[in-house]
Design a protein around this ligand. Structure first.
Ligand code: ADP
Ligand code: ADP
Length: 228
């Protein structure tokens, strides 16, 4: 469960990027965060993966207060959170395999287990012929699938995506969203920021709308049975 209590964030004094954010996202949910450019979507996501700490209020993940973490605790929290971005953020000089293996190397997994697990997830994402390619030789849709494999390879509790389909065509958008749904079906809580109305409308999930740093619509909390 993700909880935000009276959260405010100002990058500069007198200019709040987020104000009075009160939000609960139950475990296993799949929600979209939407709103115009500058509404505060990225800022809110950054609070969830402890990239930023709020100026006011509390952010809790499974009861753990992220605002009280010490610097050394942050990497531990991030282990249970996978993140993907619009521009993929893959390492250009590493192969596809290496880009995904990094997640598990950081966790101290052994090479054999890493090899098995990384191959399995890349195969599942239809990338088995690209294992030794470097990212820039791949299409945008392929690069985003590598980024998603890297985010999901350790079965994170939470998947966070910031405009993940922004650079993709319709077909690739749909493929990426299907992988999000699959991860969600496996129990991962999914939070996706997007201003793509079609993506939201086709997905039939809860939509939280931000405007000028405030929540203007919390969305209907639907139970899994209803979403199909
Ligand atoms: P969105 O993701 O919805 O486009 P952001 O969270 O990126 O919105 O931005 C929210 C507000 O915070 C905007 O007014 C933006 O200009 C401002 N902002 C974002 N990042 C920074 C930063 N690093 N320094 C100063 N202001 C920022
Ligand atoms: P299969 O049905 O191909 O045998 P499993 O569901 O048994 O696959 O999963 C095998 C491994 O691959 C698991 O360890 C799982 O963590 C990983 N995996 C497969 N798909 C995903 C996914 N969408 N997200 C995260 N991990 C996945």
């Amino acid at each position: 469960m993700i909880q935000l209590h009276n959260v405010g964030l100002s990058y500069q004094p007198e200019a709040a990027a987020l104000s009075d954010i009160n939000l609960k996202i139950p475990k296993g949910d799949f929600v979209f965060l939407t709103g115009q450019s500058g509404a505060g979507k990225s800022t809110l996501l950054k609070l969830l993966y402890a990239e930023l700490t709020p100026t006011r209020g509390q952010v809790l993940i499974d009861g753990q207060n992220l605002t009280r973490l010490s610097r050394s605790q942050i990497p531990l929290v991030r282990r249970s959170i996978g993140v993907v971005f619009q521009d993929y953020k893959l390492l250009p000089n590493r192969t596809v395999l290496e880009n995904v293996a990094i997640t598990l190397e950081v966790l101290g997994w052994g090479q054999r287990d890493i090899g098995k697990k990384v191959f399995h997830i890349l195969k599942r994402m239809g990338l088995e012929s690209k294992l030794n390619s470097t990212p820039l030789r791949l299409s945008g849709g392929e690069q985003q699938r590598v980024a998603l494999a890297r985010a999901l390879v350790n079965d994170p509790k939470i998947l966070i995506a910031d405009e993940p389909t922004g650079n993709l065509d319709e077909e690739n958008k749909e493929a990426i969203l299907d992988f999000f749904k699959e991860a969600n079906n496996r129990g991962t809580t999914v939070v996706v920021a997007t201003h793509d109305r079609r993506v939201i409308e086709n997905s039939h999930r809860r939509v939280i709308r931000l405007d000028k740093g405030r929540i203007v619509d919390q969305g209907r909390i639907v139970d899994q049975g209803e979403t199909g």
